[in-house]
Design a protein around this ligand. Structure first.
Ligand code: CMC
Length: 428
């Protein structure tokens, strides 16, 4: 009979230890029993970047990286992207079940009635330099919200948590739109309660010189689908930041600002901006082979390619690639699409990329859509941050309800000087 355990022999002492295996994992704390002497601290696992460490149990998002599967709460991303609205998916991610028609109506009503920002937040945003990066404004403003809602500190109260989550989901499109308008030198457009979540966002971004801005329904739908695809992605860098800060029991606005800061980096949410820069740098199809060679020499990475978890085609990239053509029907084709498709095809037939399982990720095609919709590249990460707020909040709520969770506090291997005599300033 097979036993759900592993036996470890410590060759330093000759002792063996049996560690239970549960859900394909051993408990890192069980390693502590493995010691060379009574005084020994005990064995630890060294895992920079948490490449092989499960830090939580989660029932929100499932990814099978080998087969390219992504599910929220058990529902396939393809079904959700085709058949739901973003707010429906947000409800699913936060509450665990798809809403009934009444539940969705109430949820939509709640979100819609929390979209306004306090006027002082608007003034706060006006204080940024005209050339401030919109993602920097987004991070700072989400963090600043914590000072407007001191009640959000009551993180043990389910009612307080619920209100904070509604506020955040409702207000991030407004903050995002204001960050865009500020950079463009345009007046801020206030939310309009008669519009849907994505249409209201587009109106706050695009409305100029008209009573009501009516975005093209296909673009509204495309925005909604992009929001759905970006809503959660289990324990990525920003979700880990959310959980890390949340684990100290900081309020959700501060924790969300930390998560957004993590998203800002080019290896995470900033990659789609980098993809466009890369495509422009390549310029023409005939220059792709030389570019691929320089990537293989390690001179730079192929942006929008590769993923920590997916070792197959990112299912979100497949949906976005198709969506791009729906958007181009309205906006006209982004000329970079041909370059991107050719780059993908050359990379996917090259042994360097094949042997490392490097496929297009969510960021490879999304920037092309955003550009066709006339969003500036600096705004792309903000467009990612709006829907991902939902995922961060679900991860945060799950963390707080999980009795096994503790404040995040990893160990280190100290590599510094052990101890030395203090040197007086005059003798240094
Ligand atoms: N171009 C060229 N080589 C690559 C790339 C790439 N984009 N990604 C990975 N590699 C190589 C890497 O050099 C290494 O090769 P070797 O084994 O010879 O040293 C191997 O593949 C494994 O790479 P890694 O850095 O150990 O993989 P990782 O899991 O730590 O990194 C990643 C994942 C997403 C940071 C990385 O693939 C990358 O930098 N991609 C480009 C940036 C990008 O598109 N980021 C968006 C990620 S998806 C959106 C999101 O979740 O935010």
């Amino acid at each position: 009979m097979t036993k759900e355990s592993v036996t470890i022999t410590d060759n330093r002492t000759g002792r063996t230890y049996e560690l239970p295996v549960e859900d394909g994992t051993i408990r890192a704390m069980d390693l502590r029993a493995i010691k060379v002497s009574e005084e020994d601290f005990g064995l630890m696992a060294y895992d920079p970047g948490y490449k092989n460490t499960a830090a939580c149990r989660s029932n929100i998002t499932f990814i099978n990286g080998g087969e390219g599967i992504l599910r929220y709460r058990g529902y396939g991303i393809e079904d959700l992207a085709e058949r739901c609205t973003f707010l429906e998916v947000a409800y699913l991610i936060i509450k665990g079940e798809l809403p009934t028609a009444d539940q969705l109506a109430d949820w939509t009503d709640e979100i819609t009635h929390h979209t306004f920002l306090h006027e002082n937040i608007r003034r706060f945003m006006e204080g940024f330099r005209i050339d401030a990066h919109p993602m920097g404004m987004f991070v700072a403003t989400v963090g600043a919200l914590s000072t407007f809602y001191p009640d959000a500190k009551r993180i043990q109260s389910p009612d307080s948590r619920e209100l904070s989550m509604i506020r955040l989901i409702a207000k991030v499109p407004t903050i995002a739109a204001f960050s865009y308008r500020h950079g463009m030198g345009l007046p801020f457009v206030y939310p309009l309660n008669t519009l849907s979540y994505p249409a209201n966002f587009l109106s706050m971004v695009k409305k100029i010189g008209v009573e009501t801005y009516e975005p093209h329904p296909d673009l509204v739908r495309a925005m909604d689908v992009l929001f759905i695809l970006h809503a959660d992605h289990e324990q990525n860098c920003s979700a880990t930041a959310m959980r890390g800060v949340g684990s100290s029991h900081a309020d959700p606005f501060s924790a969300t600002a930390a998560a957004a800061a993590a998203l800002y980096g080019p290896l995470h949410g900033g990659a789609n901006e980098a993809v466009l820069r890369m495509l422009r740098e390549i310029g023409t199809i005939d220059r792709i082979p030389a570019y691929i060679e320089s990537v293989k020499k390690g001179e730079h990475r192929l942006m929008g390619f590769g993923h920590r978890v997916y070792k197959a085609y990112d299912p979100r990239a497949r949906i976005i690639k198709k969506l791009a053509y729906d958007v181009f029907d309205v906006t006209g084709k982004n000329p970079l699409i041909e370059l991107a498709i050719e780059l993908e095809s050359i990379a996917l037939s090259d042994d360097y990329f094949v042997s490392r399982n490097l496929y297009p990720n969510v960021d490879f095609y999304s920037g092309l859509i955003y550009e066709a919709m006339q969003f500036p590249p600096a705004f792309f990460t903000v467009l990612f941050g709006i829907p991902r707020t939902v995922g961060w909040l679900a991860q945060w709520e799950e963390l707080l309800k999980d009795s096994e969770q503790k404040i995040a506090r990893p160990r280190q291997i100290y590599t510094g000087i052990e101890s030395r005599e203090f040197v007086e300033m005059s003798q240094r």
